[in-house]
Write a protein that binds this ligand. Sequence first.
Ligand code: HEC
Length: 381
Amino acid sequence: MLSAPPAYAQPIFDRLNASNYLAKPEAAAITAHLIELNAATADGARLRQIITFVAANPRAPLVQALGTGLRRNGTSIEQADTEKQLTPAFIHAASIAHDATATPAARIEAIELLSLQPPAQARTALAAGLTKGQPPAVQRAAINAVAQHYSTESTRLLIEHWSDYDSPAQEAVITILLAREVSANTLLSTIAAGDILPSALSASQVQAVVQHKDASLAARAKQVLASVIPPARAEMVEKFQPALTLSGVADRGQTIYQSRCFICHQAAGLGIALGPDLITVKSKGRAALLSAILEPHKEVASQYIAYTVNTKAGQTLQGIITKDDARSLTLKMLGGVEVNIPRATLKGSASTGQSLMPEGLEAGLDVQGMADLLTFIEELK
Ligand code: HEC
C-alpha cells in the first residue's frame, strides 16, 4: 500500500498507475527527483509531509533523494526527521543487510539505505557486510556505505577488515582511504606498521599519493612507499630497449594486458574505456608504443589530462573531466565510474598536467614480457 503522495507531486502521480508507479524505473526516478527538489527548499509541515511520504515508501533511491535534498537544505535526515518516522525503515534495512538468506539485490538496497542513517546506528549492520564470505557486490556496497559515513571510526573499520577483501575490493578501499588526507595518513601508518603491503597500491594510486598537494602527506608517502615508487624513466627506457627487436607472443601479451592495462583500455573486446582503445594505436610503431607505456606523461592529449577535484566535504578525487557546465562537473575515475559533482559542493579543481596513465606499469615485467605486450597490441584485429 502506498500512502497518498504529497500535494506537490499529485499531478504527476495522477498520470501514473498509482498502484505500481514506483515499480516503473522512470516513475521512481521522477519521484526521487521531486523529493530531492522539495526537500531542498521545504520546511515545517511541508517537510514533515515529504518525510511521511518517504517513510511510507522507504525505497533506497527515495530515501537517498530525501537525504540529498536535505543536505542541500543545510540539514540531514537525522535532524529533520524529528518524529523518527524513518526509524522503522532503518531497523528493517538493518535486518535485511545482515540476512544471508536475502537476495544480494535486497541486501544491497538495504545497505544503501543504511548509509543514510547516522553512522553509530548503522555501523554494526554495515560491519557484518564487510566480513569474509559475503557476495562481492554486497561487500562492495558495504564498503561504499561505510565510506559515506566518513570518520576515524569508519577508516578503522575499513582497515580492520583488510584481509576479508578480494583484490578489487582492496583496491576500492585504498581509493577511498586516499581520497581524504586524514584517512590517507592512517593508511600510510598501517603500511609503515606492516599491516598492509605497499604493493597493495596500484601504480595510479602510488602516483596520486606521492604527488599529493599536501606536502607533508606526499613526503611521508615517498618514505613509506619507497619500495614501490617507479624508478627514473631514463633507466627504464634503457632497460626495455631490447624489447623493440625481440619477437613476442601475443597470447602471453594479452595476459599482461589483462592484469595491467584492462582497467583503462579496451582491446580485443575486453577492458574498460578510460583511455583510447588500443586498436587505435596498433600501427604507431614499436618505439612509439614503448615510449607511451614507459613515459606516459611525455605526450598527453588534452581530453585525457588528469584533474584533481576537491570537494567541500573534504574529498580528493582524481579522473578525467567528461562534462563541465554551470551546474556540475562530471569526473570519470578509475574503473570507469563517472561521478557528478554539483558546483555548490566543489571546493576547487586543478589539472595535474599529467596523463591519468601512471608511470611504473612496467614494474615486475621483464624484457620478454614487454615484447609480448607490444606484440599483443600490434596484432590486435
Ligand atoms: C590508469 C589508467 C591507465 C592504465 C592502467 C593504462 N593506461 Fe594507457 N593510457 C591511459 C590514458 C588516459 C591514455 C591517454 C592519455 C595519454 O596519452 O597519456 C593512455 C594512453 C596510452 C597509449 C598512447 C595512446 C596514444 O594515443 O598515443 C598507449 C600506447 C597506452 N596507453 C598503452 C597502455 C598499456 C600497454 C597499458 C598497460 C601496461 C596501459 N596503457 C595502462 C590510461 C591508462
